[in-house]
Design a binder for this molecule. Structure first.
Ligand SMILES: NS(=O)(=O)c1c(F)c(F)c(S(=O)(=O)CCO)c(N[C@H]2CCCc3ccccc32)c1F
Ligand SMILES: [Zn+2]
Length: 263
C-alpha cells in the first residue's frame, strides 16, 4: 500500500492532506452511543453463503504493512442485503501488548481489544472490488468486535501461520477453514450505518454491519497477534512493530445509526 501510517508525520491526523475523502463526510469508524441508536424492525438477520471453506481451498495470508489480511473465496457472499455482496478479504485491527484496546468501532466509548472486518463488494453491480471500492453502493463490511477471554480455535487457522508473514509484503498460502466460525453466534443483532473505508483513501462506500456480540480470543492469542508483526520490510534496519492499527472514531454528524435489536 501507499505511504500512510496510523501515527507520526504520515499518521491519521494527516491522511486528509493526501486523501481528501479522509477529511470528508460519512467517515468510519464511529462510536455506537446508546442515545443515537434507532431500532429498525426491517433489519433482517445477516445470511452468509459458502463461508465454510474446504481445507483443499488455498487462501493467501499476507502482511500488507497495515494489517494481516486473508484473501477469501469468491464463492463466499452475503445474501440477505438488497444486492449480493461477494467476499474479497478479511483483516484485523488491534491494540498492543501493553494496551489491549484496538477496535475501531466503540460502544458507548468502550474500545474492545481488536476488530475483525470481512470486506465484500456489490457483485450485482460491479465486476470486482477495484471498480466497487469508490462507489456509494460498492462495499459491505461485516465487523466483529473481539475481546480477550476464552481461547478461539477458529482464530488458530490464521495465528498458526503468522510467523511466516512477520514483515511487510510477506505472504503465505494457508488452507481454507470455516470463516463462519470467526463470526459471533447471533447474526441477527447488529449495528448498521453508512460509512467509509477506515484507511486511506477513506472512500464513503461502505455499508457497515457491526455485530452486537463480540467474539473472544485468549490473552495468549491476542499477544501473538499484537507482537508478531512488523509494518517494515524484512531488510529494514529499524523494524517497526505493527500494532495500534486502528483509526480513531469519526463524527457521526446527522447520520442515523440503526440497530436490529431492542435493548
Ligand atoms: N477497515 S476497512 O475499511 O475495511 C479496510 C482496511 F482497514 C484495510 F486495511 C484494507 S487493506 O488491507 O486493503 C489496506 C489498505 O486498503 C481494506 N482494503 C479494501 C479496501 C481498499 C481496496 C481493497 C481491495 C481488495 C481487498 C480489500 C480492499 C479495507 F477495506
Ligand atoms: Zn478494517
Amino acid at each position: 500500500g501507499a505511504k500512510w501510517t496510523y501515527d507520526g508525520p504520515q499518521g491519521q491526523d494527516h491522511w486528509s492532506e493526501r486523501y481528501p475523502y479522509c477529511g470528508g463526510a460519512l467517515q468510519s469508524p464511529i462510536d455506537f452511543e446508546s442515545g443515537l441508536l434507532r431500532f429498525d424492525p426491517t433489519l433482517r438477520p445477516i445470511e452468509v453463503q459458502n463461508y465454510n471453506l474446504s481445507p483443499n481451498e488455498q487462501l493467501t495470508l499476507g502482511n500488507n504493512g497495515h494489517s494481516v489480511q486473508l484473501s477469501l473465496s469468491p464463492m463466499m457472499s452475503i445474501s440477505s442485503l438488497h444486492n449480493q455482496y461477494t467476499a474479497a478479504q478479511l483483516h484485523f485491527h488491534w491494540g498492543s501488548a501493553s494496551r489491549p484496546a484496538g477496535s475501531e468501532h466503540t460502544v458507548n466509548n468502550k474500545q474492545y481489544a481488536a476488530e475483525l472486518h470481512v470486506v465484500h463488494y456489490n457483485s450485482d453491480k460491479y465486476p470486482n472490488i477495484s471498480t466497487a471500492v469508490d462507489k456509494s453502493d460498492g462495499l459491505a463490511v461485516l465487523g466483529v468486535l473481539v475481546e480477550v477471554g476464552m481461547f478461539n480455535p477458529a482464530f488458530e487457522h490464521i495465528l498458526k501461520f503468522i510467523n511466516g508473514i512477520k514483515y511487510r509484503d510477506q505472504k503465505v498460502k494457508v488452507p481454507g477453514f470455516n470463516i463462519r466460525a470467526l463470526l459471533p453466534t447471533r447474526l441477527d443483532e447488529y449495528y448498521r450505518y453508512d460509512g467509509s473505508l477506515t484507511t486511506p483513501p477513506c472512500y464513503p462506500s461502505v455499508l457497515w454491519t457491526v455485530f452486537r456480540n463480540p467474539i473472544t480470543i485468549s490473552r495468549k492469542q491476542f499477544l501473538t497477534l499484537a507482537t508478531a508483526l512488523y509494518s517494515s520490510n524484512a531488510q529494514d534496519s529499524a523494524p517497526m512493530p505493527l500494532n495500534n492499527n486502528y483509526r480513531k472514531t469519526q463524527p457521526v454528524d446527522s447520520r442515523l445509526i440503526l440497530v436490529s435489536f431492542k435493548e
